[in-house]
Ligand binder design. Structure first.
Ligand code: IDP
Length: 150
């Protein structure tokens, strides 16, 4: 099989995806991963894990001043999460498109959040939103993985 290329011209990216506790509890890990695969994204690392409060607070530190921060952390530690590194052409944006809007009520039909999420709190998935955050978030869960694929 041809090895993916990560030259400066390439748009092959890696991004962090989290299937959140609500979707894990609904038993839809496979259905969600299948959407990534059907869209041409490849799972290059994955594991089921239980976040501690400290880990969830550190992961979402950027939101620490927001009114929903405590609820977000409580939710993220309410059960196991499935963390993955996805790789592919424009992986960061592609994953965000597949996820749909943060609020599932506003998410486009056919997106993961429209189909599997119940509310803005329990919204099924997380995905890195930019190359800089992808680098930090991939390193957070998979320090052995090079976000640039080298
Ligand atoms: P994103 O997950 O679509 O990137 P962010 O704005 O980065 O959305 O917010 C991170 C997470 O915080 C969301 O996925 C959602 O679970 C939660 N969140 C965001 N805004 C609100 C809100 O207004 N109320 C409750 N939870 C929120």
């Amino acid at each position: 099989m041809k090895k993916p290329e990560f030259s400066s011209m390439s748009t092959i990216e890696r991004t962090l995806s989290i299937i959140k506790p609500d979707a894990v509890a609904k038993n839809v890990i496979g259905q969600i991963v299948s959407r990534f695969e059907q869209a041409g994204l490849k799972v290059v690392a994955a594991r089921l894990t239980q976040l501690s409060r400290a880990e969830a607070e550190r992961f979402y530190a950027v939101h620490s001043a927001r009114p929903f921060f405590k609820d977000l952390v409580d939710f993220m530690i309410s059960g196991p999460v499935f963390v993955q590194v996805l790789e592919g052409e424009n992986a960061i944006l592609k994953n965000r498109d597949l996820m749909g809007a943060t609020d599932p009520k506003k998410a486009e039909k056919g997106t993961i959040r429209a189909d599997f999420a119940d509310s803005i709190d329990a919204n099924a998935v997380h995905g890195s939103d930019a190359p800089e955050t992808a680098a930090v978030e991939v390193a957070f869960f998979f320090p052995q993985i090079d976000v640039h694929g080298r």
